[in-house]
Design a protein around this ligand. Structure first.
Ligand SMILES: [Zn+2]
Length: 534
């Protein structure tokens, strides 16, 4: 079946991606590598290290040169400069400053127990703490510190290859007009207003992007081959221009082609679903009294769910992991965005907060947890991938403030979560539980309706035994499939692509032709939904 093939390739691509993202261990850096930090107080020699094509700076030396301090804190580090503090760790590309995040192209690394960071860390920290900016000139090995220009729009470039597609992201300090011009073997992003280039030229260790260079207000992206093609789109808050680059049919030589500005043409509706088995690898999640690990239970349920959704809904289904591996939280939604998924469902098993707790709980993303229990649940799930010494709840909120991509889907996410909760209540016989909102990190950044379901309490011995049983897993999978089917029909009816209802008197909508429509049983707050299948 095609799914088996595609899932294998996804798993392989994920593994390669993880390898590429993992903090490099070899070869050892050349300790003689040095660069110059040129600040208002003079030049300072600092240590740099080259690993996997990236240049890393000894954070303590650069921060000291800038007049600040650096210290270990918990599993991470804290840099202080001008009464501002930046926290960072070696397994996250994001550093936290006040209510803001600094994005780095790769996570920091430690060498001899000292943190080494990409130069973008200093740029981000200076802009947020001192009104200063940094520009890195790799040829001169010069990190120039200079006053930030406020009139020109700042541009940051990041390149990452995710599952065979290279994602080039330009993050701008303000929205800007631009045009993208395709030339043989290159794209040029032509800004229509003044931009502040972060560097003159940079080479990239990427299958498709060889080099990026700034010339005036143009960014030229040199590709590795003439048959690399791309889609471009933009994201807001912050303003980002994204190019997805991949191998395509070779263009006729010398024929300039406009870059397509949209996704592959697909009829609207729920076509691609991403299912996210919670946790994995060393992040085992919650553990039941009998030893059942959440990561194993979620994978078992999600594999069955993927097969069930494909069979019943005829949709494409992608799993964020199909084996026992660690997948970082931000990569899970990145996978969903990469596949232009129309729906994202993260599956977890609950840990008891209240003794004897049982039943399912469904969440969608919120800036404010809907109640203290929801907040606690989010904290537990988020902590599994916690990297920084800052309290989980506060750094999660910062992450959410930074990227409100999910916000425009909140209404749809709430409908999806509602359908899931109703179906789960139906199989457990619990009617009192409602949908909750919580700041789950895994849902942040998803640009599609997204929800997280806690199937049952793995820490409750009775529920742990149920979760292990094939019969209960099958029941859960049927309930979740039905919930997604309900949401799909609901959504496609509202956007006008689903079949009109056959009975003029019925206010409900039809299921797909092959499935009998069954009226909703209980508790539905939206009138225009039906339950399909059995
Ligand atoms: Zn979990």
């Amino acid at each position: 079946m095609t799914r088996a093939l595609s899932l294998t390739s996804i798993a392989l691509a994920s593994a390669l991606f993880l390898l590429a993202q993992a903090p490099p261990t070899a070869p050892p850096p050349n300790p003689a590598n040095q660069a110059t930090v040129r600040a208002a107080n003079g030049d300072h020699k600092v240590t740099i290290a080259q690993q996997n094509g990236q240049t890393y700076f000894a954070a303590d030396e650069v921060i000291a040169a800038l007049g600040g301090t650096l210290a270990h804190e918990g599993n991470g580090f804290k840099a202080a400069l001008n009464n501002s503090v930046a926290a960072f760790g070696t397994d996250s590309r994001f550093a936290v400053v006040k209510d803001d995040l600094i994005e780095m192209p790769v996570p920091p690394v430690t060498i001899d127990n000292r943190p080494f960071v990409p130069w973008q860390f200093f740029q981000g920290f200076l802009l947020r703490s001192s009104g200063l900016d940094a520009t890195w000139d790799p040829a001169a090995r010069l990190l120039q510190i200079h006053p930030a220009q406020t009139s020109a729009v700042g541009v940051q470039v990041s390149v990452a290859n995710v599952q065979g597609i290279s994602k080039l992201v330009l993050t701008l300090t303000a929205p800007a007009e631009y045009a993208i011009v395709k030339e043989p073997g290159a794209y040029t992003v032509r800004f229509k207003s003044a931009i502040k280039a972060p560097y003159v030229e940079q080479t990239h260790e990427d299958p498709y992007v060889a080099k990026t260079s700034f010339i005036g207000n143009d960014l030229r992206i040199q590709l590795t081959a003439p048959d690399v093609v791309g889609d471009a789109y933009r994201l807001e808050n912050p303003f980002r221009i994204v190019l997805d680059l991949r191998k395509g049919a070779a263009a006729a030589p010398g024929t300039p082609q406009p870059l397509t500005s949209s996704r592959p043409v697909e009829p609207p509706g729920i076509r691609t679903i991403v299912i996210d088995p919670g946790h994995g690898g060393k992040e085992v999640g919650a553990i039941g009294p009998g030893g059942l690990m959440e990561k194993d239970a979620t994978l078992a349920v999600c594999r069955l769910l993927a097969a069930s959704l494909e069979a019943r809904l005829k949709t494409r289904v992608v799993l964020t992991r199909n084996d026992d591996t660690v997948v970082p939280l931000d990569q899970r939604t990145a996978i969903a965005n990469q596949y232009h998924a129309d729906l994202f469902l993260s599956v977890h098993m609950n840990a008891a907060i209240v003794k004897g707790a049982h039943g399912a709980e469904t969440y969608f993303l919120s800036l404010d947890a809907s109640d203290k229990l929801a907040e606690k649940a989010a904290e537990v799930e988020n902590n599994s991938a916690k990297t920084l010494a800052t309290p989980a709840s506060s750094s999660d909120l910062k992450l959410i403030l930074w990227d409100l991509a999910q916000q425009e889907y909140l209404n749809e996410s709430s409908r999806l979560a509602q359908a899931v909760q109703e179906e789960m209540n139906r199989i457990t016989g619990i009617q009192s539980r409602g949908v909750k909102q919580a700041p789950f990190k895994v849902l942040v950044g998803a640009t599609m309706p997204a929800a997280l379901v806690e199937v049952a309490f793995i820490t409750n011995p009775d529920e742990e035994a149920k979760i292990k049983s094939d019969a209960f897993q099958k029941t859960v999978v049927e309930a979740l499939t039905t919930a997604v089917a309900r949401y799909k029909v609901d959504y496609e009816t509202r956007i006008g692509v689903a079949q009109p209802p056959p009975a003029p008197l019925a206010p409900t909508v039809t299921a797909p032709p092959s499935k009998p429509a069954v009226p909703t049983t209980t508790g539905t707050t939206t009138a225009a939904t039906t339950r399909t299948g059995t």
